[in-house]
Design a protein. Structure first.
Lengths: 111, 115
């Protein structure tokens, strides 16, 4: 069974500090991992991705780390800003072109 | 604006009824994905089409069906509706070509309420 898990339903962080969102997966056959951000009443928007052959990808304030041996990835946001408050979904691209999503983590950045 | 258009934005109907949700992908995108998001739940993959052909299937109920037309727009048909079908239904499209990382462009969703 191909699963993507996000075990923390919510996270609160002070503005300016680092936000770390975690994701675990159960299948080693995923090709890419992605993070999406979703505001209320909007569709998810793509944030950053990482190939399964890499261990780090960085884009501005956002960095994704992949630990294949632990089947774990994390998204780091530094520094966190109030506008980052949203639901963050971890997702994975399978070899059959399916993109499956985790349940999401709601991030609140407190001013 | 993602370029993906979904209609209707809101829909209220009764149990046992049938509805059709429509999606127009971004210009040039051949793939369409459908997802269901129930209250406080993640995005459940339903089905994917590529250039008119079904490509992958997820946890889609037998009461649900979909298709992608020659102009690449897609429709998701939900029949014999139950209260538990109330959810946000998202459509997403994906750019063609190798090397695509799986980035999807989502519409704003269709909110279905079954009473």
């Amino acid at each position: 069974d191909q699963q993507v898990k996000q075990n923390s339903p919510s996270l609160s962080v002070q503005e300016g500090r680092i936000s770390i969102l975690n994701c675990d997966y159960t299948n080693s056959m995923f090709d890419y991992f992605l993070w999406y951000k979703k505001y209320p009443a909007e569709g998810p928007t793509f944030l950053i991705s990482i190939s399964s052959i890499k261990d780090k990808n960085e884009d501005g304030r956002f960095t994704v780390f992949l630990n294949k041996s632990a089947k774990h990835l994390s998204l780091h946001i530094v520094p966190s800003q109030p506008g980052d408050s949203a639901v963050y979904f971890c997702a994975a691209l399978t070899s059959y072109d399916k993109v499956i999503f985790g349940p999401g983590t709601s991030l609140s950045v407190i001013p | 604006d993602s370029g993906v258009t979904q209609t209707p934005k809101h829909l209220i109907t009764a149990t046992g009824q049938r509805v059709t949700l429509r999606c127009s992908p971004r210009s040039g995108d051949l793939s369409v994905y459908w997802y269901q998001q129930s209250l406080d739940q993640g995005l459940q993959f339903l089905i994917q089409y590529y250039n008119g052909e079904e490509r992958a299937k997820g946890n889609i109920l037998e009461r649900f069906s979909a298709q992608q037309f020659p102009d690449l727009h897609s429709e998701l048909n939900l029949s014999s509706l139950e209260l538990g079908d109330s959810a946000l239904y998202f459509c997403a499209s994906r750019p063609p070509g190798q090397g695509n990382t799986g980035e999807l462009f989502f519409g704003e969703g269709s909110r279905l309420t079954v009473l």
